[in-house]
Design a protein around this ligand. Structure first.
Ligand SMILES: Cc1ncc(COP(=O)(O)O)c(C=O)c1O
Length: 367
């Protein structure tokens, strides 16, 4: 069984993607045109945010937002010790210093207490990551940030449509960064990203930064970059956005089946969902007492698994200059050693979780 499947199965969606392509061809405008404007309005409304700004990818969404918020050299930014490296790369790319805090091991997200303990006079921002599709406990983080004048940027690259106390990611923090990388819950047919925010001045700066620092042709107010969500990707995303809730619902059904099927498997711990969260299971990540053995058993049963992520950020060569030591973030190191992602995609066969559990059960001697 494959880890996920990207080819379009639904004939109706395929027809809509074809129509989106034809619409862009007929219009002839390929960059910063009507499809992007429409997608930005539709995605902002979906998230409950004032605005969305389409950019080239999720990393740029983070970088441009930090730049627009004035975060730079001399600043510290609190990040989870366990996340995809892009969260940290965004901070180092603006010249600021990532200050890692260990996540809650049940939800893999950071808490206000952990953030509070890491504050220094140089702390300028916090990036809670809704890792694997589970949002962080945002209200206490936002309250702390309001007290200390900190900027809160949610990294929701993995959590389109996830909810925190009934509100969707994208409408929770001062700004939220999304990725539309093809495997994401809302995925384009190539790279893409967006920032959502209800801060009009911040949105205005991000719009300029993504387009050579310019709002009017050949007038460059800021030292910007070229990072725009193109018309074709925006048109494809418009076809997929109305299907996001159903796709997330299917992921949740698979997750419930996994949780039930895995209860009697020793050494495999399924993920948890906080009472205030609606997890969207971008990834279905279990913790393993013996990951190599579990992964090998599944490979024998032809079940593909992946590891998100095998090396903690503080041990990546890209961050060597920060001077972190092995053992400094023990939870991040433990997670890097024991997490395993099982197959998960909306169109996955409904019997898959039980078959995967059966493969683990038969080989661990439980009948
Ligand atoms: C948590 C997280 N942040 C940021 C990114 C960066 O997104 P992109 O791949 O679109 O640059 C990703 C996705 O890969 C991610 O998973």
């Amino acid at each position: 069984m494959k880890f996920f499947q990207l080819d379009v199965q639904e004939p109706e969606l395929k027809a809509e993607l074809d129509a989106a392509y034809q619409r862009v061809l007929a219009n002839g405008q390929l960059i910063l045109g009507p499809e992007l404007a429409a997608f930005e309005a539709e995605f902002a409304a979906y998230c409950g945010a004032g605005q969305a700004i389409g950019v080239g990818n999720g990393l740029d969404a983070l970088v441009l937002t930090l730049r627009a918020a004035g975060v730079g050299p001399g600043d510290e930014v609190i990040v989870p010790s366990h996340t995809f490296a892009a969260t940290w790369l965004a901070v180092t790319q603006v010249g600021a210093r990532p200050v890692p805090v260990e996540p809650d091991p049940a939800s893999y997200t950071i808490s206000a207490e952990a953030v509070g303990a890491a504050l220094t006079p140089r702390t300028a921002a916090v990036i809670p990551v809704s890792l694997y599709g589970h949002p962080a406990d945002m209200d206490p983080i936002l309250a702390l940030a309001a007290d200390r004048g900190l900027f809160v940027l949610e990294d929701a690259a993995q959590s389109h449509g996830a909810e925190y106390r009934g509100r969707r990611t994208g409408g929770l923090a001062h700004a939220t960064a999304f990725s539309f990388y093809p495997t994401k819950n809302l995925g384009a047919l190539g790279d893409g990203g967006a920032v959502t925010t209800s801060d009009a001045a911040l949105a205005d700066r991000i719009r300029k930064l993504r387009n050579y620092g310019s709002a009017r042709k050949y007038e460059h107010e800021l030292s910007g970059v070229n990072s725009r969500l193109d018309e074709l990707q925006a048109a494809f995303l418009r076809a997929k956005l109305p299907r996001l809730d159903a796709a997330n619902g299917a992921r949740r059904t698979h997750a419930a089946a996994y949780a039930e099927a895995l209860t009697d498997i020793p050494g495999v711990t399924p993920p948890a969902e906080a009472a205030w969260a609606r997890h969207v299971y971008h990834l279905y990540v279990v913790r393993c007492a013996d990951r190599a053995a579990t992964q090998a058993r599944l490979a024998q049963a032809e079940v593909q698994t992946l590891i998100h992520y095998p090396t903690a950020c503080h041990q990546q060569p890209a961050f060597a200059e920060l001077g972190f030591r092995p053992g400094q973030f023990p939870l991040a190191e433990r997670l890097a050693a024991d997490v395993l992602s099982l197959p998960m995609w909306p169109g996955m066969d409904e019997g898959a979780p039980e078959r995967i559990a059966a493969a683990l059960r038969s080989q661990s001697g439980i009948s």
